[in-house]
Design a protein around this ligand. Structure first.
Ligand SMILES: *Cc1c(COP(=O)(O)O)cnc(C)c1O
Ligand SMILES: [Zn+2]
Length: 439
């Protein structure tokens, strides 16, 4: 059955509408539409910005969905989804941690580094924020099947939210390139898992073809409703800081849906008067998957996708779908883009883990990138920076064990913490206490 109802509207009588970022045409947001039917460009959900908002707008009444969900709390800046269609697992409301060890590692001698821990979401990653909006939208428009291509976290999140809604989900994953934890979650929540002999970029391309031909709701971040939920990370950071904007908000960049969403969130918060200045967005890629960082280095003059190869599987993407939307976000906030090596990511992760916070590898790109940008003088050392930790430490335990137990050039890694094997005697334990614990 072909996708239906993609009609152009001149006057936007619908409460849900979307606008093409390339040609500026608007369409009703009441179908499973993820690219402009006229020019193929990506679409943005329309939000009413012709008004002033104060933080009171987000004081959700007791017993309302917004009182439980850190996404739906921000409904005044989200697409208008009726209560009865909202599919929520009470996502968001994540902690913002300040830690001197992270500030030191970042090199912010006179500033401070906080981390927004999105690994505290229901399925352990920030993807839940967009997923609650996408699945709720899918239900609003009566979609029957919902699908995504994923490096792991999107699939885990979709599988959970589809199960919550009682809808069948189909997930395409790059064969062998997703962590056991993420695959395990997706299987456990009951989605149909399809392993593709190819990388993420190929999986997404195939799925976009499938969903344009058949009546299947596409839940990837090219879908204009997913980034709407991701915006609430920024709103929540600003609320955490009493609506006083930090200097920089840093996040890892893969498919770049979040970079785009962060830009949209900041622009909206500014336009309705919630903040009086824009923080800079800093997007950090892995060097092995850094087409956006290279694009930035060329002054956004020359863009070329690449074959991706990084240990940070969540950002192992060589042809990011939201590259132009992300460019707009970086340019609109005088933002920065850089790339860090896998070793830099792993060392930064070890620092975050040791502080008792913990995150998955891709998340640590935020800290590694800030450290690099501060060292290069791109970010002043008195800046207030908030980095987003996108996923939970348990998402990729293989990466942890490898880091701590394997050698590089016959040497342990700088922060390796190796389990100690001893005889089952009190003497042996005393020796460990002296040498390793107190020593
Ligand atoms: C999806 C994901 C990212 C990358 O987000 P994009 O919007 O694709 O750039 C980073 N970290 C984690 C843990 C993710 O799951
Ligand atoms: Zn268009």
């Amino acid at each position: 059955m072909p996708a239906t109802g993609q009609r152009r509207t001149e006057s936007l009588p619908h409460e849900l509408s979307v606008t093409c970022m390339s040609c500026g045409r608007s369409f009703a947001g009441t179908s499973a539409i993820s690219t402009c039917p006229e020019c193929g460009g990506l679409l943005d959900a329309d939000i009413d910005l012709e008004r002033t908002l104060t933080p009171i707008a987000f004081d959700a009444p007791k017993d309302s969905i917004g009182a439980q969900s850190g996404v739906w709390r921000f409904r005044s800046l989200l697409p208008d989804i009726p209560d009865e269609h909202i599919v929520t697992r009470y996502e968001g409301n994540t902690p913002l941690y300040w830690d001197d060890r992270l500030t030191d590692y970042a090199g912010l001698a006179n500033g401070r580094m906080g981390v927004k821990h999105e690994g505290h979401n229901p399925t352990g990653s920030f993807k839940d924020r967009g997923m609650t909006v996408a699945v709720s939208h899918a239900r609003t428009i009566g979609a029957r099947v919902i699908a995504c291509a994923s490096t792991g976290n999107t699939s885990a999140s979709l599988a959970s939210y589809a199960a919550t809604a009682g809808m069948p989900a189909m997930v395409l994953i790059p064969d062998g390139k997703i962590s056991a934890g993420k695959l395990g979650q997706t299987i456990a929540y009951g989605a149909t898992v399809v392993q593709i002999a190819g990388d993420f970029d190929l999986a997404l391309k195939l799925l976009r073809e499938l969903t344009s031909e058949f009546d299947v709701y596409l839940a990837n971040s090219v879908n204009p409703f997913r980034p709407e939920g991701q915006k609430t990370i920024v709103f929540e950071i600003l609320a955490n800081l009493n609506w006083k904007a930090p200097d920089v908000i840093a996040l890892p960049g893969g498919n770049l849906g979040n970079t785009a969403a962060f830009g949209k969130a900041l622009s909206e918060a500014y336009q309705v008067g919630l903040i009086d200045r824009l923080p800079r967005i800093a997007t950090i890629q892995a060097e092995g998957a850094s087409p956006f960082a290279r694009y930035f280095e060329s002054g956004f003059d020359h863009y070329e996708p690449m074959t991706p190869n990084t240990i940070a599987t969540a950002i192992n993407i060589g042809a990011p779908a939201s590259v132009e939307r992300a460019r707009r976000a970086i340019q609109g906030t005088s933002g920065l883009v850089t790339a860090v090596t896998d070793d830099e990511i792993l060392d930064a992760k070890a620092i975050i883990d040791r502080a008792g916070i913990g995150c998955e590898p891709a998340s640590a790109a935020s800290l590694a990138g800030i450290r690099k940008l501060v060292a290069a003088g791109e970010i002043p050392d008195d800046a207030t920076v908030v980095g987003v930790l996108t996923g939970n430490v348990l998402k990729d335990t293989d990466a942890i064990v490898n880091y701590h137990l394997s050698n590089v050039d016959n040497e342990p890694r700088p922060l390796a913490n190796r389990p100690i094997k001893v005889d089952a005697t009190l003497d042996a334990l005393k020796k460990v206490l002296d040498d390793a614990v107190l020593g």
